[in-house]
Design a protein around this ligand. Sequence first.
Ligand code: ADP
Ligand code: MG
Length: 605
Amino acid sequence: MAHVLKLNEDIIRGIAAGEVVERPASVLKELMENSLDAGAGRIDVEWREAGRKRLRVSDDGEGMTPEDARLSLERHATSKIRNLDDLERVGTFGFRGEALPSIMAVSRFELLTRRADAPEAWALRAEAGRVTFDGPAGAPGGTSVTADDLFFAVPARLKFLKSDPTERSLLFRAVEDAAWAAPRTAFRVISEGKATLSLPALGGEETGMMERLESLWGVDRAQSLKPVDESGRFMRVRGWVSDVNAPQSTARYQRFFVNQRVVTSRRLSHALYDGYRGRLLVGRHPAALLFIEVDPTLVDVNVHPAKREVRLSHESEVHDFLSRAIQKALGRSVQPRTVFGAPRADLDVPPEFSPLPTGISSGVGRGSFAAPKFQRGPSTAEVQAAFAVQSPLSFFPGPGGDRLESSQELTPEYFREAKFEPVAQLYATYILARVEENYFLFDQHAAAERVLYEVLSEKAATGIPAKQSLLLPWVWEPSPEASAVVLAQKMDFERLGYSLEPFGGNAWRILAVPAALAEGDKVRSLLEGLVDDILAGRIPRGWDALVTRAACRGSVKAGDPLALPEMGHLIQELQRAPRPWTCPHGRPAFLRFSDDDLAKRFHRV
Ligand code: ADP
Ligand code: MG
């Protein structure tokens, strides 16, 4: 080891930049927070190539003098705190004095600023941290910061960036967070050259927040929210949470603010889910926008370089207070809609008293029996073990080759032509059907998925998707990022059977929907669900993945009660499908067992 040397200023800056600036969205967050700290009434944001090529934030805030502008690029230069005492009760977003120097260190940077009383504006330009211009310029009052070619000087960092849609989605989220925290500020976003979002400044405390919610989270989602407002000894919580009947398929729509600062906190998330305990299905999430106000001295904001996490004293009181406030907002008297005749999940029935699934439903009338969705139905493996049945693949020359192991010759032709007679629904998940001396057990979801998959992809292959025109076109107003997904994958959605046209701003007019999905209210939530899946990275790019997902989302689920005619209809449709043996994911769609199988199982032979 050679001598210990003090690192030069460039390297120190580069290292520090990594802490604050990890991706375009973190740059955007810092710049908007600076604008808000400068008292901006209006913030304009612009990005190109998801922020890699250009990121610009302009405001009409107080601006800086040339001296201050120069100083602001030095590390630990801040106008916001003066001493340790101030750190105890910071009311501004920034205080560490690290953002501008860090951003400057990794981009082609320009700071353009003017105080209202200054005769002219001042510009500072820099490349990878070195100032290349320092002089007067023309500009209106306020500040505009541009970071071009982000990370051009640190290519290693570029490799950690995700795809454009993902980075863009994070940019939108950053705007969203600033917009929640600053209702009195107007925001405008130009994304990839297109005016994408325009949020007017709101007057009063909460008036208009609903409008902002509709613009940012989409109209349907916003309108399903319930208000929360609860005051306690240490704190107050206000905001909105989703109704138990309108759960989300992702955890994306959950934001917590502590004293106007957006935070992530496991404790707060836990408290949120705790408020919904027993009322959400597995894989479902609440939406929540919650503003928590506590005495600033009880919060430590200086625990994370990007100030994303906070430490709260009295954590467990905050937790309990929050989950009780949510329970109250949801109203305990509401029955979970998803359960038909199942035990009330919110009553916390001790397990030994919970009604056992009765097993077999007559199939007459809906709701006569259903597996409580909160309990696990029998797995395929368990059914297999119980009946010692074999997968249809062992009877039919399916994709696995021709292995005919059964005593009776069951062929694809036999399956297709058989006259199935549905007998009962088991656990609201399986359909028991008889054909001659054979009994078949269908997995209703797997079967329905296969049917829908074939319909959707077959129609798409012919180039003529079966569309159902809507008598009344439906105007869909999703969030800006959801709208961007639809724009990018418009062809795929059209191939699925949707007809969509832009309808101003982020809105779309839906003129037709896939015919196979046209019934019921599903078709609306399906489109939203698919977009959510894409945003959450759950659908790999590509057409097949989208159809598979659409088939899954559009199909009858395990736990949905079916009447006998519906069961018969589903089986007939499966009989017509080209590959009826499995669902598109490869799970068996049905199992067969015969008199012989049962006889063996009961040791009769
Ligand atoms: P911090 O926000 O932690 O103080 P920054 O590096 O983000 O550190 O900014 C340094 C200083 O530059 C701020 O304290 C503020 O005085 C000034 N500044 C930055 N952005 C703006 C802006 N948009 N308008 C006015 N002043 C700004
Ligand atoms: Mg700052």
